[in-house]
Design a protein around this ligand. Sequence first.
Ligand SMILES: Cc1ncc(COP(=O)(O)O)c(C=O)c1O
Length: 342
Amino acid sequence: MADPIDLRSDTVTRPTAAMRQAMADAEVGDDVYGEDPTVNALEAEVAAMFGHEAALFCPSGSMANQIALQLLVPPGTELLCDADAHVVTYEMGAAAAYGGVTSRTWPPVGAELDADVVAAMVRPDGYWAVPTRAIAVEQTYNRGGGGVIPLDTLRELRRIADAGQVALHCDGARIWHAHVADGVPLATYGALFDTLSVCLSKGLGAPVGSLVVGSADRIERGRVIRKRMGGGMRQAGILAAAGRYALANHVDRLADDHAKAARLAEAIAPFGVLAATVRTNIVPLDLTKAPLDAPALAAAARAEGVLISVLGPHAARLVTHLDVTATQVDQAATTLTQILRR
Ligand SMILES: Cc1ncc(COP(=O)(O)O)c(C=O)c1O
């Protein structure tokens, strides 16, 4: 049987031959001593892309987010974010477990967030209520169907953060997708946030790696937190080389993944199961009114060689990426529509 068409996530990609060659050719050193030239080059490149002073290479997006949160939100103070945000949904309670962070969430609206709602949640310093120290948003929102927060909303949030003297963090695991979808320069996004975490191993196709981006002072402190969390890597240049290759070769092509997601969405739309307008590489499905629930759809699709993610009893997700061709996407659309029609 042919390999399945894997639409579960954009994390399932495998390094291309050219990326593997770049990894094999990488100059390396001990990064805990700050001596890996490829890691140092990647960190400098990513910092410059976002117009920040420094960046820190981390093994995962979760660690990059959690280092940023520990930098911005001291123990016993508060983080505000969407109830479906990755930082409070999929990071195993790390903000509380490692950072002593209290989190308070606004209803899960993804990119449709209302800045006034966030503004009303910010609590000042005092001895009677937990003070807010940071607001975190996700660009693009993973559980929010890959939605892109409009630049105007982000500017408004920056104004709110400044007025409340709180920090603004961006979980930018897929900020590249927002940049390609809305044409907003990465440096424009960078200027709005105190810290960002960005991933090389989602749509960009590197096997491993994320970075925290911020001021030189914060990143120096972040280096200590990374080591404390067991994230000090040695000859990590082999991984950083994959990331540098991905940044040079795999950003602009994300437009293809967005087009593939739009084709899937178009095929599925007549069945009334699209949960939101598709802007990037994620197609969210709401199966509340469908003849079958999410586990049943996933099982039927799997039997036909198409893998999809189940997010809840009636919620599923399809994600396009580097390792699915347009032809495979069309095959997957045919398979899924046949199942939905049964
Ligand atoms: C929005 C978002 N942030 C952070 C992460 C965490 O990345 P990692 O799996 O590398 O820890 C993910 C993973 O999919 C994600 O979707």
